[in-house]
Design a protein around this ligand. Sequence first.
Ligand SMILES: Nc1nc2c(c(=O)[nH]1)N=C([C@H](O)[C@@H](O)CO)CN2
Length: 135
Amino acid sequence: MILRLNATTAGLQLTTLMDILFLREFKLDTIIGIYDWERKIPQTIQLDVEIGLPNSRACETDNVEDTIDYAKIVARIQETLAAKPFSLVEALAEHVAQLIINEFGSPWVKVSVAKLGLIRGIKQLGVVVERGSKG
Ligand SMILES: Nc1nc2c(c(=O)[nH]1)N=C([C@H](O)[C@@H](O)CO)CN2
């Protein structure tokens, strides 16, 4: 006997699986901050980025053409943050998130931006933004 379950009527929750590229402890120098001194001297920030992939094809094909090339994302982030100053970590995180979604076709991203050792007693402070959908 074959038993067919309708997930909606059976009240089941379907889990959507997604493959995720990550960039951890990605450090770079950029102009960021609301104070005058911060607008003149680049600061080192740390990015931690999770990049949802639109499919898992590369797991089968072993071909970089079937995925998002993380080296290209790193190069684009370095390029854009060398050229564009931001006041707030929120705006910088949004910029990186939108770049990854719009230029690389990722359906979901999570971007953490941290300033390092800026305030006595705090190792890192910053923001995490999550954009797009895993569904
Ligand atoms: N929510 C935020 N608050 C603050 C930010 C920020 O980016 N987001 N930035 C600053 C200053 O630039 C700070 O980093 C200097 O100490 C203050 N508050």
